[in-house]
Write a protein that binds this ligand. Structure first.
Ligand SMILES: Nc1nc2c(ncn2[C@@H]2O[C@H](COP(=O)(O)OP(=O)(O)OP(=O)(O)O)[C@@H](O)[C@H]2O)c(=O)[nH]1
Ligand SMILES: [Mg+2]
Length: 655
């Protein structure tokens, strides 16, 4: 067994931390349930928080022209413990379709392959992911290395089809998308059998939520919109691989500029370039320092050609690293320089991810606790008021008690009349909610997409497609703007309502949070920018297969937009609950308190001996409440402590 490497160890530590954090959140939830303080809204929030912690993914994409050693590098970094080459890696084009490696415990170990024929249909790869029957699933036999590598070898499978059909798939055109494959006299061409592959494999790193994305070389990247519009922009890190002997070639630069250079400078931070195959520069006849100087020169040249700081370019030998790890040869491993790259990945990627997840959990737990605290405070205030009333009754005659009873009764009647306004508000709230959800509803989006699809079909030329897409985005923007207006109307109304209840009935002063659509608007802007950027390059690159490709691009954009809408809907629903629920709870609590107060005064009215007993009871409840608040703080502090905890890394990895 190979000693756990730095990256693997850190990743496992990160997984452990997430599990501890989940346990902390569950403990808080159990405590709330025990104390009868959890309601449906809290249950939902906790469930989502736990789901997010559980499903948290870290996506690392490997991108390069073909044969630069992407698959070999993945084998060396992540799968050396397996003792063999897991992914096929060979001279020439090997990986023929984008391949995701991940682990989903709800499925058996398998490789799932989406047939290339699906490119003729109006759906994106992410949509197809929802339908198991569209995929060819081959189970992985983990006990047989031979059968495993045979199954994984499917990502290299090709088939021969007429050129015309390949064009329909958007795969072949006069610029020779598949220049490297043979065309025989009949006008046939070899194309990939599969459009996308998902390898479900219970590797410890994948089990922790790591997702590896292996991609095929240059043109294959451009023809699969799922990669350019979704998988690559959403990856947490993109590793761009070069070959040390060739340096940055023209096609490398094309891949880089077209898919990775990006306009967003913040994205560049997550980009790392790798100069692979440095073993090609090793030369026993030269002194060591000359070889090192040669490698350094290549790093500097590549960095400047890519416009990256040299510190973001790493020189390695994937093949020698894999060999060294398999044989436990530490000297060779050091010479391969892979540990330096792994350190950098572990040192940058995981802490950054941990900070984001920690901060998000921290603020959600805060919000949850604040809601519970305000209920407890309202109860404490009620008890304090009753206690004051009871103490004031000490030694008073029946008349005073009667008078007090009348006063409370009046207050209760007044409050119950106020409830009519609350009921009316609920009706208006429901109407406005429906309107808001209509604007960001999937029905509206579907109508818009159908219209755009028809426009593209009716006018499949640059101007027609452009116009249709502009309309598509414009209409989405208009809907989002309406939704923003509607949510701010709801916000104003609720704020006014809370202020009124606070003034008239002494309820807690609560400022409902506003709902911002900015996040979704920004994501739509990003999609439109990405679309425009790829539109021009593609339009110039492809001539015969344009139409098929444009349609497929549209479908991917549409499915990304749908994803944005799904999230917006979920967020809006949670927000609506968060805005309404405190009022509901407060109203209920207040009503209950008024009834309780009336009850106690009535009892005292009937038998004056009950007064001291009642005071003692109230004092006890007050103490219990104080204890509850303290326990709540302790639960929250325990979660904070987990967030701040240092990772318990094995000594080897900390060194
Ligand atoms: N000498 C040497 N060869 C390497 C190294 N890394 C990869 N190779 C070889 O380069 C060839 C291509 O490697 P792959 O891993 O298939 O490259 P890829 O980038 O995945 O290529 P595609 O899947 O075709 O896009 C294979 O024969 C590897 O063994 C290295 O560090 N040194
Ligand atoms: Mg490959």
């Amino acid at each position: 067994m190979v000693r756990p490497r730095d990256l693997a160890a850190r990743f496992e530590a990160y997984g452990d931390w997430r599990r501890r954090l989940s346990a902390g959140v569950s403990a808080l939830h159990e405590w709330l349930a025990e104390q009868d303080l959890a309601d449906a809204q809290i249950d939902l929030k906790v469930q989502r928080l736990l789901e997010r912690l559980h499903q948290d993914k870290l996506v690392v994409a490997f991108v390069a022209e073909f044969s630069r050693g992407k698959s070999e590098l993945i084998n060396a970094i992540f799968f050396a413990d397996f003792g063999q080459r897991l992914l096929p890696s060979a001279a020439g084009r090997t990986t023929m379709c984008p391949t995701e490696l991940l682990y989903d415990a709800t499925r058996p170990a398998s490789i799932r392959l989406l047939p290339i024929e699906t490119r003729l249909r109006d759906a994106s790869v992410s949509e197809f992911k929802n339908y198991a029957d569209e995929w060819v699933t081959i189970p992985l036999d983990l006990s047989s290395a031979e059968k495993m590598s045979e199954a994984l070898g499917r990502v290299s499978q090709l088939k021969r089809v007429p050129v015309a059909l390949a064009r329909k798939y958007g795969l072949s055109d006069d610029q020779d998308i598949f220049a490297a494959v043979d065309t025989d006299g009949e006008g046939a061409v070899d194309i990939p059998c599969w459009r996308h592959a998902v390898i479900n494999f219970p590797h410890p790193l994948l089990q922790q939520g790591l997702v590896i994305l292996d991609t095929p070389g240059l043109n294959a990247i451009g023809t699969e919109p799922e990669l350019t519009l979704n998988l690559l922009p959403n990856a947490h890190a993109v590793l761009f691989i070069l070959a040390a002997d060739a340096g940055v070639t023209k096609t490398d630069l094309e891949v880089w500029n077209r898919h990775l250079a990006g306009e967003d400078p913040s994205q560049k931070a997550g980009r790392i370039a790798i100069l692979n195959k440095i073993d090609g520069l090793w030369d026993e006849l030269k002194p060591e320092h000359e070889v090192v100087a040669e490698i350094d020169r290549q790093v500097a040249t590549s960095a400047s050609l890519l416009g990256l700081p040299p510190a973001q370019v790493y020189a390695v030998s994937a093949q020698k690293a894999l060999l060294a790890k398999v044989n436990g040869d530490d000297a060779l491993l050091a010479k391969s320089r892979l540990p330096v790259l792994e350190d950098a990945l572990a040192g940058k990627l995981i802490p950054a991810k941990r900070d984001i997840v920690g901060a998000a959990t921290h603020s959600e737990v805060r919000a949850l606790a604040a809601g519970v605290r305000s209920i407890l405070e309202a109860r404490a205030a009620g008890i304090a008021e009753q206690l004051a009333e009871m103490r004031a009754l000490r030694g008073k005659n029946q008349d005073v008690v009667e008078h007090m009873m009348d006063r409370i009764r009046e207050e209760k009647d007044l409050f119950e009349r106020g409830l009519q306004r609350y009921t009316a508000l609920r009706t208006v709230f429901a109407e406005q909610t429906n309107r808001l959800l209509d604007y960001i509803g999937l029905d509206a989006l579907r109508t818009n997409a159908t219209r755009t699809r028809r426009q593209i079909e009716d006018s499949p030329f640059t101007r027609g497609v452009r116009g249709a897409m502009n309309d598509f985005f414009a209409s989405i923007r208009a809907d989002l703007a309406e939704a923003a207006r509607q949510s701010s109307e709801i916000h104003d109304m609720m704020r006014a309502m809370y202020a009124q209840f606070a003034k008239e009935h002494g309820l807690d002063h609560f400022a409902p949070p506003p709902f911002s659509m900015l996040k979704y608007q920004k994501e739509i802007d990003r999609l439109e920018r990405a679309y425009n950027q790829h539109f021009n390059t593609l339009w110039n690159m492809v001539s015969k297969a344009k139409f098929a490709l444009m349609k497929r691009f549209f479908e991917t954009v549409a499915s990304r937009v749908k994803h944005v809408y799904d999230i917006a809907n979920r967020d809006a629903e949670s927000w609506l609950k968060a805005v309404m629920a405190p009022l509901e709870t407060q109203v209920k609590e207040h009503h209950l308190q008024l009834r309780r107060r009336l009850e106690s005064v009535k009892r005292i009215h009937r038998a004056s001996g009950e007064l001291e007993e009642r005071v003692a009871e109230l004092e006890q409840s007050d103490e219990a409440l104080v204890a509850q608040m303290r326990a709540l703080e302790a639960e929250v502090a325990a979660i904070d402590a987990i967030i701040e905890q240092n990772d318990a890394l094995p000594i080897a990895a900390n060194a």
